[in-house]
Ligand binder design. Structure first.
Ligand code: XMP
Length: 511
């Protein structure tokens, strides 16, 4: 990649967002923790620009993150954001102060002066502030290019060295012209060209694997989730039948989902796919187990055993493919070492089966980029936009022990709820929605007879990142219809409730 921007991570909460925002301008951007990349490495990587992120610290704390001040003389343009801005000032000899009455939080009016960083931006606009410390004296060689009521130096620059700093956060959408500021930095200051495009990525990745995996036998655990699905199609395009996909159906998928996955990949795309119907194996292991964590552990381990058994039958395979994506790599903080995701990963397999290497075609991509590649490869919309589904499947949505009968009841109720959401065209209005089979029995009446059936809980959440979530205000009519159909069509259900708890304090899943 000739055009790339480094996001030097000082521990702020928006680091991934900064990299994503740069990529939205079609320039590749990667995140490195400040303490895992040296100044020589930065110089050798050929970055066209560096963005110093925010961070929770104060620059004068001995324990807060710092960087070699020589970076300011490396000849690479820099943009510091929030803590990154203060750090530049500190490194260059300015003064940072903490004053309670200068702290700003939230939307703030900022006055921006004429400058290449603020090209095509009006003098007054709204920005997003979140700081207590502020730059009280600019370092030598820097000039002020922005201010707010409380912050005398809300933006600064040293045009000779192409070093810029803003106290506010251009990466969040609340900053009216944030996108334009990043655009100006990337193209106006760093002179990047926009060459990070998913069609280029798709074509070059296929070419790369055609070359590097030539004559190699590759094995992939396909779950039907968007990541492993996209890996499957990319590699299929590169090496055709040398790719074998193993799809373990643990019997805890949603109604008809296993058939859909098989029909799509085997039927529509002609992949070399082995479906393993392992429902009985899983149900035997899960019999009588009530503890949620124990269920998760059993499913994770059994998944590996089933996968291993299949792999043995296939004989020698050279490469294991995985659907690792960029946030997994960043969160691991392990740089380039192989990262194995929870559950749908095959932890331990490389040693036990003896693969000579691992292929992770998506390890540089964010989720939205993975989806774009999926669309370019013709993956059905249902798979590209599939709502998240936990690796342990319906097991964490059946409270208490799991039986075949309970799984079937839940599959039916869940399918009805999904149909009603789809009928009401609400799929894009809620980020995840499903039914839960509780272990609460209650009295009901059907015809003239008394019933004593189970309670189904419906859950729908609205969220950006699944770390926090609110319950979706679904229209009453949709809930009424789903409830009516579930009690009528699913035998053994006498009551339906709607979960109106946000996260926190509740989690999205019930277990
Ligand atoms: P929670 O319940 O933790 O869920 O609020 C947040 C998101 O993660 C999904 N989830 C899981 N995914 N294995 C997974 O692969 C799991 O064990 C698991 N538990 C929760 C959940 O569906 C939601 O999208």
């Amino acid at each position: 990649m000739n055009n790339k921007i480094l996001v030097l991570d000082f521990g702020g909460q928006y680091n991934q967002l900064i990299a994503r925002r740069v990529r939205e301008h079609h320039v590749y951007s990667e995140i490195k923790p400040y303490n895992r990349i040296t100044i020589d490495e930065i110089k050798n990587e050929g970055y066209k620009g560096i963005i110093f992120t925010g961070g929770p610290n104060s620059v004068y704390d001995m324990s807060s993150p710092h960087y070699d001040p020589e970076i300011l003389n490396a000849g690479i343009p820099i943009l510091g954001i929030c803590y990154g801005d203060q750090l530049i000032s500190y490194m260059a000899g300015g003064k940072v102060e903490s004053a309670d009455n200068s702290s700003e939080y939230g939307k703030t009016m900022v006055n921006l002066e004429h400058n290449i960083l603020f090209k095509d931006i009006p003098e007054m606009s709204i920005c997003w502030m979140s700081h207590t410390d502020f730059i009280s004296e600019l370092p030598e060689g820097f000039k002020r290019i922005g201010y707010t009521d409380k912050c005398p130096n809300a933006a600064m620059c040293d045009e000779t060295r192409k070093i810029y700093g803003v106290q506010f956060h251009p990466e969040v959408t609340h900053t009216e012209y944030g996108k334009q500021i990043l655009y100006n930095f990337i193209f106006g200051v760093c002179n990047c060209e926009a060459d990070w495009k998913m069609e280029n990525f798709t074509a070059s990745t296929i070419e790369k694997y055609k070359e590097t995996l030539k004559d190699q036998k590759v094995l992939l655990a396909l779950s039907g989730g968007v990541d492993s699905s996209v890996v499957a199609l990319l590699l299929h395009n590169a090496i055709g039948s040398n790719l074998t996909c193993v799809f373990v159906d643990h019997g805890l998928l949603r109604k008809d989902e296993a058939d859909f996955v098989e029909n799509t990949f085997k039927g529509q795309f002609g992949l070399n796919l082995i479906r393993v119907n392992a429902k009985d194996r899983f149900l035997i292991k899960l019999a009588g187990v009530r503890d949620p964590e124990a269920k998760r552990k059993i499913i994770g381990e059994e998944f590996i055993r089933v996968f291993e058994d299949e792999a043995k039958k296939l004989g020698k395979m050279d490469v294991l493919a995985q659907g690792t994506i960029y946030p997994d790599v960043i969160e691991s903080g392990k740089g380039d070492s192989a990262v194995i995701k929870s559950h749908h990963n095959v932890g331990g397999l490389p040693e036990t089966i003896g693969f000579s290497s691992i292929a992770e075609p998506l390890r540089d991509l964010f989720k939205d980029e993975v989806r774009e590649v999926g669309e370019k490869l013709g993956l059905p919309k249902d798979l590209v936009w599939r709502q998240p589904f936990p690796g342990p499947g319906l097991a964490v949505r059946i409270i208490g022990d799991i039986t075949e009968e309970k799984v079937e009841m839940l599959q039916e109720a869940d399918a009805i709820f999904r149909e009603e959401i789809a009928d009401a065209k609400l799929e894009k209005e809620t980020n995840q929605y499903f039914a839960v089979l509780t272990d609460v029995h209650s009295v009901g009446v059907m015809g003239d007879a008394r019933t004593y059936g189970v309670t189904i809980a419906l859950r729908a959440v609205t969220t950006d990142d699944f770390m926090t979530a609110d319950w979706t205000r679904l229209p009453y009519e949709v809930l009424a219809k789903a409830s009516n159909r579930i009690t009528n069509e699913v035998k053994g259900v006498s009551r339906v409730v709607y979960d109106i708890t946000s996260k926190p304090p509740a989690t999205v899943e019930w277990e």
